[in-house]
Ligand binder design. Structure first.
Ligand code: MG
Length: 253
């Protein structure tokens, strides 16, 4: 069962999404060689609390921090540490907030200082996968249309899709039905309806897609240690098409 949100509920989720965006902007400006992800986490937590919202990841299934920070071959769910970022790293930062019983969730991957052209290509392709996934969120389309668009673009670039993770519904909970695979066939799966609010989040590996869990119980790596990128928007399907909620109002499409 995929819950459909009213316009009023979507406005609540949009407020959360805009907090996510503003926190991401703050973090992006700080990311450079030498900074630690623990520092980014404390900046994010303070910024979220200042808005009256709550960091949605903190305590979620026991997650210890306000952001996920996943570096290089770390795919998702990395938690912040005191290890400084190094020139040439790529880091994915995932931010979730809850306000008034609604949630917003978004992620971006960014280079630390100057990065290899291979790494910047991976980030660009992953971001384009996100855009294509959102474009395929169409009224009366199917969830498989989103999945297929993401997979096709990643694989055309010679990359692979990490299959264990994907997008999800969001609203009154951080993770709601449905799960949205980043691979699949167009024309398959549930129909997309006005009022669906989904997190679209491609996770792309430069080489092989197989994963391995770290001893910390959270961080997930590619088994071959190839680089991965991950980006995410919270998106509402409206009568006018998909609207990205994790952007400032002027940039909302
Ligand atoms: Mg998410």
């Amino acid at each position: 069962m995929i819950h459909r949100k009213s316009m009023e509920q979507i406005e609540h989720i949009r407020i959360c999404g805009q907090i996510v965006f503003s926190v991401q902007q703050k973090l992006e400006a700080l990311i450079k060689p030498g900074i630690t992800t623990n520092h980014l986490d404390s900046v994010a937590e303070t910024a979220i609390l200042e808005t009256g919202a709550r960091p949605a990841f903190k305590g979620y299934h026991g997650f210890p921090a306000s952001i996920c920070a996943s570096i290089n071959a770390s795919i998702v769910h990395g938690f912040p540490t005191d290890v400084p970022l190094v020139e040439g790293d790529i880091v994915s930062i995932d931010v979730g907030v809850e306000l008034d019983g609604y949630f917003g969730d978004g992620a971006f991957t960014i280079g630390v200082g100057s990065i290899s052209s291979d790494a910047s290509d991976l980030i660009a392709v992953t971001h384009r996968c996100l855009e294509l996934g959102i474009e395929h969120m169409r009224v009366d389309g199917r969830i498989g249309d989103i999945s297929h668009a993401i997979q096709t673009h990643a694989e055309a670039a010679g990359y692979s899709i990490v299959r264990e993770y994907g997008g999800h519904g969001i609203g009154r909970k951080l993770h709601e039905s449905p799960h949205i695979n980043n691979y699949g066939q167009a024309g398959n799966g549930p129909r997309l309806k006005v009022g669906h609010v989904f997190c679209i989040e491609p996770i792309v590996s430069m080489k092989k897609p197989e994963i391995e869990h770290a001893d910390d119980g959270w961080t997930v790596y590619t088994r071959d240690r190839s680089l991965t990128a991950h980006c995410e928007h919270t998106v509402a399907l409206t009568e006018d098409g998909p609207q990205i909620l994790t952007l400032p109002p002027a940039a909302t499409t």
